[in-house]
Design a protein around this ligand. Structure first.
Ligand SMILES: NC(=O)c1ccc[n+]([C@@H]2O[C@H](COP(=O)([O-])OP(=O)(O)OC[C@H]3O[C@@H](n4cnc5c(N)ncnc54)[C@H](O)[C@@H]3O)[C@@H](O)[C@H]2O)c1
Ligand SMILES: O=CCCC(=O)O
Length: 503
């Protein structure tokens, strides 16, 4: 059995918040036009790691507040779009620095509201800040074109212009990085923003708003509207005529709903949605490296990332060695418990619904013949949201876990015999966000990388995320690319200007 740690009262939210070095980061009100907006209507932010512990009561902004934020963002857009890329680059650099200066406190906020272990939370803060650094560097490097015309008297110019006010809708699994990957690009392009953070994790978003103000952002450029009226806020943002672009990260179900709402106003749209990542270990792989890669890819944030491996396909000739080594490595290294315990490597899941999905996937698989090789159940002794890291062997394609994203700490292992068979199985899904495979055969590396229908592929690595990566999917995993040299494009329009009589 894996070692684990019981809850210690020093991890209660009140104590952790009281001990932050920079108490100004703890904001519980909305942020519109540079002002903090308090409401009578509040919602509770729960600490997923400690039953019954609340991190904060946060103002739940109304639709009228959101309308005001959008109007202000539009007014400010008309000024902000005229600022120079160098100026916006400086704002982003300042914000990157302030995030890094406050990284320990920001990480503690993430642990409290999301549950992930402190080391992972610190990693998220650095990852989140890196998008500001990246887009600070991209902002001055946006170029238009001069194009020859069919008419010898004409020249065609293209201008890159910011798209307008951007609605940013984000999930709870990366309370900071899912905002900064969008916000960094939007600011670099010259857009203004209205951010609706997940109601599970608004504190990281509000801390960012505070730091943006400290970094010198003009009022009204970054507006944050926490609310537990999520569906109504989504409806307003997707239909509002003053919003020109919406970027959403979350489930395919909600993404598809938002896209329907948005159709009448035809806004520019980016969607980072669910995945069902295959992780393939070929017979020629370095098995120890594949085991390391599987742990990183499958169990990062206890399986709650959209790029987590969801199905592990292992060649039949190495199946016994791979499963034994994977199980042993986890038994030796994993510590389940509260994210602020330094020894802990894996924390709780976000809430009851996640626990239910994990349980139902395990029950379905076991009822159809899967074998529990490790873990398999909840840990109520630690708290309501703790679940053992679990490995299932002898998984087959009739099991739900092969077709649906678990978003939890379960690794289902499926045997395969040929490359053709495993590529077909890996592609047999409506989703296409990330995929992974391990092989030392360079021909196979190129062949399989081209054949897998996903937006991102890790070859001989389970860790792909960074600011330089064009992040995004295909099929029901969405569209648009975030981060990278492509990310800023989604926040700009290309305007063509035909100059006559220039010859
Ligand atoms: N692709 C990604 O980067 C990514 C990241 C995180 C989560 N996910 C997906 O999200 C799922 C788990 O999270 P979940 O169940 O909380 O997903 P979800 O789509 O229900 O919620 C995600 C976020 O979307 C927002 N949201 C929900 N309903 C909305 C609505 N009607 N209008 C506007 N915004 C709305 C909320 O802020 C919420 O936190 C996973 O199964 C995974 O597929 C994907
Ligand atoms: O879960 C979604 C994003 C994960 C990542 O950026 O690595």
């Amino acid at each position: 059995m894996l070692r684990s740690f019981r809850f210690n009262s020093t991890f209660s939210s009140a104590k952790v918040l009281a001990a932050l070095s920079n108490p100004n980061l703890v904001k519980t009100e909305g942020h519109i036009n540079g002002e903090w907006v308090s409401t009578h209507d509040k919602f509770a932010v729960k600490n997923p790691g400690v039953d019954g512990d609340f991190v904060a009561q946060v103002s739940s902004l109304s639709l009228e507040d959101a309308e005001r934020a959008i109007g202000i963002a539009k007014r400010e857009f008309n000024k902000f779009k005229k600022t120079t890329p160098r100026y916006r680059s400086l704002l982003l650099s300042n914000l990157n620095k302030l995030m890094l200066d406050n990284q320990q406190d920001l990480a503690k906020l993430i642990v409290l509201e999301n549950g992930k272990p402190y080391a992972d939370a610190l990693g998220e803060v650095k990852y989140a800040a890196s998008f500001f650094q990246w887009f600070a560097e991209e902002a001055p490097r946006v170029y238009g074109d001069i194009i020859s015309s069919a008419n010898p008297a004409n020249k065609i110019l293209t201008l890159k212009q910011p798209v307008g006010v951007c609605g940013i809708l984000t999930p709870w699994n990366f309370p900071s990085a899912m905002i900064t990957r969008k916000l960094g690009a939007a600011i670099a392009a010259g857009c203004t923003t209205v951010i609706k953070p997940a109601s599970e994790t608004p504190l990281s978003a509000l801390a960012l708003a505070h730091l943006a103000q400290e970094a010198g952002f003009p009022d009204g450029v970054v507006n944050v509207i926490p609310s537990n009226h999520t569906a109504e806020m989504g409806q307003l943002i997707t239909t509002h005529p003053l919003i020109s672009k919406v970027s959403f990260t979350g489930s395919t179900r909600v993404g598809s709903l938002l896209m329907g709402q948005l159709a009448p106003t035809l806004k520019k749209l980016s969607m980072e949605l669910g995945g069902n990542a295959p992780f393939i270990v070929f017979e020629d792989a370095d098995i120890d490296k594949a085991v390391d890669g599987a742990i990183v890819s499958k169990f990062r944030s206890s399986g709650q990332t959209c790029v987590c491996a969801n199905r592990l396909y292992v060649h039949e000739s190495i199946y016994p060695e791979f499963t034994t080594k994977l199980t042993q490595r986890l038994v030796d290294t994993v510590r389940l418990g509260h994210g602020l315990d330094e020894a802990v490597t894996h924390g709780p899941l976000i809430h009851e619904n996640s626990m239910k999905k994990v349980t139902s996937h395990i029950e379905d698989a076991v009822s159809k013949g899967a074998q529990v090789l490790m873990g398999g159940g909840p840990r109520p002794d630690l708290g309501a949201n703790y679940h053992e890291l679990t490995i299932l062997g002898n998984v087959t394609s009739d099991m739900e876990i092969v077709h649906e994203e678990t978003f939890g700490p379960v690794a289902p292992i499926i045997k395969f015999s040929t490359e053709e068979e495993v590529v077909a199985a890996a592609n047999d899904t409506e989703f296409g966000l990330a995929g992974y495979f391990f092989s030392k055969d360079i021909s196979r590396v190129f062949r399989v990388a081209q054949e897998l229908n996903t937006g991102m592929i890790g070859v001989n690595t389970g860790a792909i995320s960074e600011a330089a990566l064009p992040f995004g999917g295909v099929k029901l995993s969405g569209f648009g690319r975030e981060g990278s040299k492509y990310g800023i494009e989604d926040y700009m329009i290309t305007k063509s200007v035909v100059l006559g009589e220039v010859n």
